[in-house]
Design a protein around this ligand. Structure first.
Ligand code: FAD
Length: 429
């Protein structure tokens, strides 16, 4: 007889969504978190796409500590001297149900933890799980310090470097090609200044995704989200490129924040938080095994992340995987069978849902994003074209075609690479 139906290791969105769903259905569930509260150790930039959370907790828009609904998305190509924006404002995004919200994880995860507890889950914080309890290759529970606790199923929700999945033999050792490093600052700004500076009214918010100069040509990008009275700003850079280009993420972030287009946006702000964290970036092609006898892996621990240059997504995929893991455990409980054969329906649920379908759609994005031209040559090409369009001199002006041809030559982009990159972009993003 096990102590619990399920033990969830890690109180991030994946683990807490699973715990909430299980507890709501009357299962005995324990969540163990090494931080002093859920969210204490999280750092995400914080754009939460809400549709799956709405399925789990329909009342979340009224209850959760959401900062702003995002109704304006800006994609910026940046060089040292220029910025080129694709600026989309969708009034539809201001209507309920909102598409996405900026959130602060220290508040959001804490709230989700409280919801799981209200539903009946037990949450223990300040405890680090050291290892899985195994018997004949079957996961039977967890070991934390001197303590052993048993469960029919353990959910590994322990984040991107999941050592539980590794201990269970579900994933290889850490491969830098499948990960990025995220560095982030939370900058406090009084609400009136923030709203005036970004042209926001009510609870509207803006997301910026920036390519080129922000990462000093390393594949990745910068993000910028407006919160209620703060800004989340940071970089995500592929780890293998970061080391091959010999750049330090924290120095690159400092330079980015000093850029003439960025500095005025954060002027007068006070740094409230700083941190660095790993992000899964391998995408669909890097996914490894997601279950074994007595164990399911969810969220970042399972490598469920998606970055197509426009958006970094992980939270909604984490929540969805937590829900499907919980549903699988409830089915297994009804059958009284927690073997890998029964738990395999977790993978099927992910495959049938937007989680693996979206990851499959963007399967080529990770490789495309590592192409150097996207971060060096194209921002330069765009700068060349628009500098030429807007510059007036005492000499006669060239027409647009001539300006484009000249800028293309100076940027070093060949016709062949341009054609192939446009094709790859529409195919993979
Ligand atoms: C800089 C940055 C920006 C991002 N921006 C976005 C964004 O805008 N939108 C988005 O959707 N996603 C974003 N992400 C990704 C997002 O943060 C993750 O996908 C999401 O947090 C995954 O949730 P999770 O529950 O799987 O893991 P986590 O949120 O990492 O939670 C894992 C939890 O497990 C705990 N834990 C780990 N090991 C143990 C142990 N041994 N014992 C007990 N507890 C343990 C940790 O303390 C943690 O609380 C960003 C990530 C970064 C780093």
């Amino acid at each position: 007889m096990s102590d619990y139906d399920a033990i969830v290791v890690g109180a991030g969105p994946a683990g807490l969504a699973a715990a909430y769903r299980l507890a709501k259905a009357g299962a005995e569930v324990l969540v163990i978190e090494r931080g002093s509260y859920p969210g204490a150790k999280n750092l995400s930039g914080g754009l939460l796409f809400g549709r799956i959370l709405r399925e789990l907790i329909p009342e979340f828009p009224q209850e959760a500590p959401l900062e702003r609904h995002i109704n304006r998305y800006i994609l910026t190509f940046m060089t040292k001297d220029s910025t080129f924006n694709l600026d989309f404002k969708g009034q539809g995004f201001s209507q309920e149900p909102h598409n996405g919200y900026s959130v602060l994880r220290a508040k959001f995860d804490r709230w989700l933890g409280e919801k799981a507890e209200e539903a009946g889950a037990t949450l223990i914080t300040n405890i680090k799980v050291d290892s899985l309890l195994m018997e004949n290759n079957v996961v039977k529970g967890i070991v934390a310090g001197e303590e052993e606790m048993t469960a029919n199923v353990v959910i590994a929700a322990d984040g991107v470097l999941s050592f539980l999945a590794e201990q269970a033999g579900l994933r290889d050792r850490y491969n830098p090609a499948n990960f990025a490093v995220g560095v982030k600052e939370l900058i406090g700004l009084d609400r009136t200044t923030l709203e005036e500076r970004f042209g926001l009214t009510g609870n509207e918010g803006t997301e910026y995704a920036m390519l080129g100069y922000p990462t000093k040509g390393v594949s990745g990008g910068a993000f910028f989200y407006t919160n209620a009275d703060s800004i989340s700003v940071g970089l995500v850079m592929h780890i293998d490129h970061t080391s091959s280009h010999q750049v330090s993420p924290s120095e690159v972030l400092e330079d980015f924040l000093a850029h003439p287009a960025i500095a005025p946006l954060i002027r007068g702000g006070k740094v409230l938080e700083y941190g660095a964290h790993v992000v899964p970036e391998g995408g669909y092609n890097a996914l490894q095994k997601l279950f074994t006898d007595g164990l399911l892996v969810v969220g970042d621990a399972a490598g469920l992340g998606s970055n197509n240059g426009f958006t970094v997504r992980g939270m909604d995929l984490a929540i969805a995987s937590g829900i499907y893991a919980a549903d699988t455990i409830l089915e297994a409980k009804a059958k009284g069978d927690f073997s890998a054969a029964t738990l395999a329906s977790y993978k099927k649920k992910l495959e049938d849902s937007f989680v693996l379908k979206d990851m499959k759609t963007y399967a080529g994005a990770a490789a495309f994003m590592k192409g150097d031209r996207l971060f060096n040559a194209y921002p330069k090409l765009v700068e060349g074209i628009f500098t030429s369009i807007y510059t007036q001199q005492s000499t006669p002006k060239e027409n647009l075609l001539k300006s484009v041809l000249k800028a293309r030559k100076e940027s070093g982009v060949t016709y062949m690479s341009l054609g192939s990159d446009v094709w790859k972009a529409v195919k993979n993003l």
